[in-house]
Design a protein around this ligand. Sequence first.
Ligand SMILES: CC(C)(COP(=O)(O)OP(=O)(O)OC[C@H]1O[C@@H](n2cnc3c(N)ncnc32)[C@H](O)[C@@H]1OP(=O)(O)O)[C@@H](O)C(=O)NCCC(=O)NCCS
Length: 188
Amino acid sequence: MRIETERLILRKPRLSDCADIVEGVGQYDVARQTANVPYPYSSADGEAYIKKSLKNWGKTSYAFAIELKSEKKVIGIMSLEAINTFAGTATTGSWINKQYWRQGYITEAKIAINDFAFDALRLRRLNSTVNVGNAASNATQKKLGYVHEGTMRQAARSLATNKIHTLNMYGLLQSDWKIARRRLIDKL
Ligand SMILES: CC(C)(COP(=O)(O)OP(=O)(O)OC[C@H]1O[C@@H](n2cnc3c(N)ncnc32)[C@H](O)[C@@H]1OP(=O)(O)O)[C@@H](O)C(=O)NCCC(=O)NCCS
């Protein structure tokens, strides 16, 4: 499974991506907004993550490496986790190397991966949770058409910082995506 967009290739991660992944997710400002990423983040952490992603690929998850075509470099990950084809649901997670923030890369990746989730996997709903203080990720959810469905108080603890976080809960139904996609594609 490989998806190509204007600037990106979304593909299975490889062990040779380890240095790029460690560089990106090893940044404090990336790690601190996630629940399960330790800080500091070692090459062994990167390798274990890639191996686990390959083992689960196409079964319970797709953790797409986001490769920037112009630099042949992996600048992030966008994953569909806990895929349940009977329920029609999955949970999303993502990060982009800080050096590449605010250039529309996660928007471009998410448009393609949402299409994959709803059209190829025929899911009905994507779930995501975001720390209430994470301005970039909350903005991204809204831009992509996710509906804010509530908050979970003190529901997560960051492995990187040990801090407890209240989470915003979002859901994107296939019908929400149809509307958001039209708006985003017209704008692009
Ligand atoms: C969240 C994240 C993936 C966004 O990636 P990105 O490629 O920079 O996002 P985009 O450039 O596609 O921007 C998407 C929208 O978010 C907005 N946005 C991005 N960073 C922002 C910030 N710091 N504050 C407010 N809005 C922000 C953009 O302006 C854009 O909206 P717009 O088109 O209306 O202007 C990135 O900031 C990141 O990796 N953060 C750390 C890890 C993380 O938070 N992961 C998600 C955990 S739930």
